[in-house]
Design a binder for this molecule. Structure first.
Ligand code: PEP
Length: 267
C-alpha cells in the first residue's frame, strides 16, 4: 500500500520572518499526523532555515529545481549535491513554470531527473497539459511524451536507482495551476491511471509502488475527494502551502485517507 505524500511548493514566496511563522505552525499542526509523508520545497536561499526548523520533525524539505551538472561555470545554478548537503531529500523537476517561463525542455528535465537520482534525491517529476492541449483532447499524448522523455533515458540500472529513491510523478494540468480550477477527482484519476499504466509497461512492480500525486489548485475543501481516488497518492500544493491552516487541513485529508485505507485493508 502506498503512503500519501503532500508536498508544498512555495515557489518564489517568503522571507525569514514569514517562513519561521509558517514553518512553526506547520510543525505544530502535523506533529500527530503519522499516516502520510510531508515535504516543503522552499526557495534555495531558505533551505538552511528550513533545515534548522524541520530537523527532527516528520516534515522533510527539498528544492524546487536542480541543475544536471555537478559543478562548474553555471552562474545561478544549484547542483544536486548542494541540495543533499543541506539535508534535502526531494526535488521538484519539470514544473510547468520551469518549462514555460524558463524554457526548460523535456530533455533538460530528463537530464536533471537522472542527476537527481544519482545524488540520492527523490525526484518529483511534473507532467501535465495546457488548456489548449486539454481542449484538443491531447492530454494523454502530452503526458506520455513528457514521461517518455524520462523513461526512455533511464537504463535498467538507473530505473532501479529511481525506484530505490522512491521517484514520484506529479500530474499537474497547467490549466489548473494557480487558477482556482481543479481537475475533478475523476479527471485526475483517469490521468493518474494512465501514468501508472505507462510505468507498468516498463516495470509492473514499480508501477504499483510509485506515488503519483496531483497538483493544481488543491485546497482544504477539495483535497479529500481527490486523495480518495485509487491512483491519487497525495498532492503537490502551490498557493495553499503558504497558508498554514489550509496546508495543515490538506495534510490532515491525506493522513486520514491513508489511515482509513489501512483500516479497510486490515478488516
Ligand atoms: C504548483 O505550483 O505546483 C501548484 C499546484 O500550484 P497551485 O496549488 O497554486 O495551483
Amino acid at each position: 500500500m502506498r503512503r500519501n505524500l503532500v508536498i508544498g511548493n512555495w515557489k518564489m514566496h517568503g522571507d525569514i520572518q514569514r517562513n519561521q511563522l509558517l514553518l512553526e505552525k506547520i510543525v505544530d499542526g502535523l506533529r500527530e499526523l503519522n499516516h502520510a509523508d510531508y515535504v516543503v520545497c522552499v526557495p534555495n536561499i531558505y533551505i538552511f532555515q528550513a533545515r534548522a526548523l524541520l530537523e527532527n520533525t516528520n516534515i522533510a524539505w527539498g528544492g524546487q529545481n536542480v541543475n544536471q551538472f555537478e559543478e562548474g561555470a553555471f552562474t545561478g545554478a544549484i547542483a544536486p549535491h548542494m541540495l543533499t548537503d543541506l539535508g534535502c531529500t526531494y526535488v521538484i523537476l519539470g514544473h510547468s513554470e520551469r518549462r514555460n517561463l524558463f524554457f526548460e525542455t523535456n530533455l533538460t528535465a530528463a537530464a536533471r531527473f537522472d542527476a537527481a537520482i544519482r545524488a540520492g534525491l527523490t525526484p518529483v517529476f511534473c507532467v501535465g497539459e495546457t488548456l489548449e492541449e486539454h481542449e484538443a483532447g491531447l492530454t494523454e499524448v502530452i503526458v506520455a511524451s513528457q514521461m517518455d522523455a524520462v523513461m526512455a533515458t533511464l537504463s535498467d540500472a538507473d530505473f532501479a536507482k529511481a525506484m530505490a529513491v522512491n521517484m514520484v510523478f506529479a500530474y499537474e494540468p497547467v490549466w489548473a495551476i494557480g487558477t482556482g480550477k481543479t481537475a475533478t477527482p475523476q479527471q485526475a484519476q483517469s490521468v493518474h491511471q494512465f501514468i501508472r499504466h505507462r510505468i507498468a509497461r516498463r516495470n509492473p512492480d514499480a508501477a504499483a509502488k510509485v506515488r503519483i500525486i496531483y497538483g493544481g489548485s488543491v485546497k482544504a475543501h477539495n483535497a479529500a475527494d481527490l486523495f480518495a481516488m485509487p491512483d491519487v497518492d497525495g498532492g503537490l500544493i502551490g498557493g495553499a502551502s503558504l497558508l498554514a491552516d489550509e496546508f495543515i487541513a490538506i495534510c490532515q485529508a491525506a493522513n486520514s485517507v491513508a489511515s482509513s485505507t489501512c483500516l479497510m485493508e486490515l478488516t
